[in-house]
Every structure is written in structure tokens, then in C-alpha cells.
Design a protein around this ligand. Structure first.
Ligand SMILES: [Zn+2]
Length: 432
């Protein structure tokens, strides 16, 4: 259901749901004909009612915002069948392709030409039919992302994906059980404080209100955090050491929450499945047409690499950038200093270079994430808008001290540390 809140006159908001109910509401008093208790008697969900009742006059925070609260799909694709096709599809494509190639080779030359001539129309119809089916299937599963209004392909229903995600969560806990920090660990204090501030400030967004959120800390030096579609946020201790303050952690957790509320998990799995079906078809054709197993195997490897670099990786980076953008808005509403988002990624960049982190040096086009530098640049472009939103949410003014000064200080400190800590320094004579 889409709930739209638009401010048409001062101190008066109009709400419209996709059930075409038109509501007006004023913060001073209920409009004639629209007593306040009507809201609770409607078919609105509890979170939507809460949203309507929580509005205050001049609450620009909610103006011109759209919320997607549920995802209604008419045609659901069973994830289990999709997973099986994906698992066995590629080996079957190889076997079918090889079978066709061997049968073709056994035929006398003159018969081959005749066979192709006789069946070329059927082949053309099958190809066009398949392409048409792919197109219609794709178009049938297009929806708009909340917040950013991007058109995207989603196959799984939210309920179906919740089951898959729950399984994923259990497996993850099992695989990391030796590293998980117990809930009484002191490091939870900061994460709890920041996460609760984010959730409280964004509770008017039904997806955030309805979602169950939790945080788990992982006792590992890795500078990372991730989230599951179930709303479980995982933060590595290395990441907590990396953030300079609550504002930076707010940006990090806002990013993770954005992945969940934008449904990136279901989207990524949907797109991967769809691409895989095409890969399976092309693979069987390659193994049928190409003259030997070695050439077919090599071509398949090259094709998979091309699909990765041209489709999967750019797509993953797109979702990361989108989560950065939406996460920044969430942290702006929670009155965090959004300028710290740029500082955080600049810090990450400086530290990863200092530590010689190989993963951070991978060229962007080969990576699932934009580089730290790119993230800092893109966030810098989004900061003015986020500052505006922060102002509209009646947040206290920002400290005058520019967070960039701390980044410069860190850079200077690390370059000094590098010079002092080099154990080979006594054995080096600098010539130039
Ligand atoms: Zn991310």
C-alpha cells in the first residue's frame, strides 16, 4: 500500500492511500467531518494510524514523502524451484549442449545442411518466443523502490523472502558462533544508543516501524558491518574502532537499515536468478556450437566473468550507493551530523592505505562496493540536501568545527607514524 502525505495548506496535510481514501488532518484540531478517532476506525495499519496521529503542525519532515508499506504481488515465484533451477541449470546446460554437439557430429555432412534448413523457422520462432517470454516476465515483476523511485525487478514476495532470509540468519549465526559477542558486552552500549536514535527518529516510516531490528556484535578486527533482510544488523568490532563518533556510526547503521527497508536482499537474489536463466540458455548454445570441451569451457568462464563485470558488480555498487543515499536521509532525520559521512569514508580510505589493505585497493570495476573515495565523493554531493532535511526536522544546529579537520589530523598522524614505525629506517639513506 502506498501512503502519500502532502502538505497543501499551512498546518493542514492531505493523506491518500491507494484505496483512494482522502483524509485531511490538522495539527490544531480535527477538521469538521474528520474527527481524530476516525483514523483508528479505518482500514489503515497500526503503523499508518500512528503516523497520522504523530504529525505535528508544520512537520515538514513528512511532507512530500511516499512510503511503501507492503508489497503486493499477484504472481509469486517459489524460491525453492528457483534455487533448484539455479543449482542444476548450469551442469544440465553443459550436458545438453555436449549431447547436441555429439549428435550433430555423427550426422553426415549433407544431412546437416538439410536438417538446419528444415528446422530454421522453428528455431527462429523458439528464439523470439523465449525473448518475448523473458521480456514479459521481466515487465510483470517491475516495481518502484520506496524513497528513490527507481524501477527494479523483484520476483519474490516479501513473505517468501522472509523465510529464505530467516534460514540465512540461522546459518550465519551457526557459522560465526565462536566470534559473536554476548549481549552484555560493553561495546553494545554505543551501537544500541545510535540504532535506537535512528529508529525513534524514523519511526514514522511504516517499514521502519513494522520491522523488527536487532544488533549483533562480532569480535573481529574486520572493518565491516552488514544487515540481513530480517533486520539483523551485524557490526564487527573493527568497524566500531574505526568510527570516530556517534554521528559516523549513525551513518554506518543508517546505511545498513536502508538496505533492509529498500528490500535490497530480495532484489539482488531476483536479478541474479533472472540473469542466471539467460546464462544457462547461452551456455547450452555455446557447448552445442563450439568444437571442443576445452574451448566451450574457456568460453563459459569468459562469459561468466563478463556477466560479473558488466552486470552483477555494477548492480551491487548501485545498491550500495542507493543505501548510502537513503541511509544519509535516515541519519539526517535522527539529527546526526551528516557531514561526518564524508569524513568517515575519507578516514576509511586513509586507514586502508596506511594498513595496505589489499581488498580496498581492488579497482572499482572489479568490486561489489564503490571505493571509499567514490563513496566519500558521492556522499559529499548528497550532504547539502541532507542538511536541509535535518533543518526541517528541527534538529539542533551543527557544531561549527568542520569534521574535515579531524580527517586532516588523522592523515598527518598516520604519515608521521609511518616514518617513525618503519623498522628499516636506520638502513635507508634517502637520496632524493
Ligand atoms: Zn552496504
Amino acid at each position: 500500500m502506498i501512503l502519500r502525505a502532502v502538505r497543501l495548506r499551512p498546518e493542514q496535510f492531505f493523506f491518500r492511500t491507494d484505496r483512494s481514501n482522502l483524509w485531511t488532518w490538522s495539527g490544531r484540531s480535527a477538521q469538521p467531518g474528520f474527527p481524530a478517532n476516525v483514523v483508528s476506525r479505518t482500514t489503515l495499519s497500526p503503523s499508518e494510524s500512528l503516523l497520522l496521529r504523530s504529525l505535528k503542525p508544520g512537520d515538514k519532515c513528512l511532507v512530500h514523502r511516499e512510503f511503501q508499506t507492503t508489497c503486493v504481488r499477484n504472481f509469486a515465484f517459489p524460491p525453492l524451484i528457483a534455487a533448484v533451477i539455479r543449482l542444476v541449470g548450469k551442469p544440465v546446460a553443459v550436458l545438453v549442449g555436449r549431447y547436441v554437439r555429439n549428435k550433430w557430429a555423427e550426422l553426415p555432412k549433407e544431412q546437416r545442411a538439410g536438417l538446419f534448413q528444415a528446422h530454421r523457422h522453428k528455431l527462429a520462432i523458439a528464439t523470439v518466443g523465449l525473448a518475448l517470454f523473458g521480456f514479459v516476465y521481466y515487465e510483470m515483476h517491475i516495481e518502484e523502490t520506496p524513497f528513490t523511485k527507481r524501477r527494479r525487478f523483484i520476483v519474490f514476495t516479501q513473505k517468501q523472502f522472509a523465510e529464505v532470509a530467516e534460514q540465512q540468519r540461522k546459518m550465519l549465526f551457526e557459522s560465526m558462533k565462536d566470534k559473536l559477542l554476548p549481549a552484555k558486552h560493553p561495546a553494545y552500549a554505543q551501537v544500541n544508543r545510535v540504532a535506537q536514535r535512528l529508529i525513534r527518529a524514523n519511526n514514522d516510516i511504516p517499514i521502519i516501524h513494522d520491522q523488527k531490528w536487532s544488533v549483533t556484535l562480532i569480535g573481529d578486527k574486520e572493518k565491516n558491518a552488514f544487515v540481513l533482510p530480517t533486520g539483523h544488523i551485524f557490526v564487527f568490532l573493527g568497524m566500531l574502532e574505526m568510527v570516530a563518533n556517534d554521528d559516523q556510526l549513525g551513518v554506518v547503521l543508517g546505511h545498513e537499515m536502508a538496505h533492509t527497508i529498500l528490500g535490497h536482499g530480495a532484489e539482488q537474489v531476483s536479478v541474479s536468478h533472472f540473469v542466471d536463466y539467460f546464462v544457462i540458455i547461452v551456455m547450452s548454445a555455446l557447448w552445442a556450437i563450439l568444437p571442443s570441451d576445452v574451448i566451450s569451457g574457456f568460453s563459459t568462464y569468459v562469459m561468466n566473468k563478463i556477466v560479473d563485470v558488466m552486470l552483477h558488480l555494477p548492480y551491487s555498487r548501485l545498491l550500495e550507493t542507493e543505501a548510502d543515499e537513503v541511509g544519509l536521509r535516515l541519519s539526517a532525520k535522527a539529527c546526526f551530523d551528516v557531514r561526518e559521512s564524508v569524513s568517515f569514508w575519507q578516514r576509511m580510505n586513509i586507514v586502508s592505505h596506511f594498513e595496505g589493505d589489499v581488498a580496498a585497493q581492488v579497482p572499482e570495476f572489479l568490486s561489489t562496493h564503490p571505493t571509499h573515495e567514490t563513496r566519500a565523493q558521492k556522499l559529499e554531493e548528497s550532504v547539502p540536501k541532507a542538511l536541509e532535511l535535518r533543518k526541517e526536522c528541527n534538529c539542533p544546529p551543527l557544531p561549527l568545527r568542520n569534521p574535515q579537520l579531524d580527517v586532516a589530523a588523522l592523515k598527518a598522524k598516520l604519515s608521521k607514524a609511518d616514518a617513525v614505525d618503519d623498522p628499516w629506517k636506520p638502513f635507508i639513506v634517502v637520496i632524493k
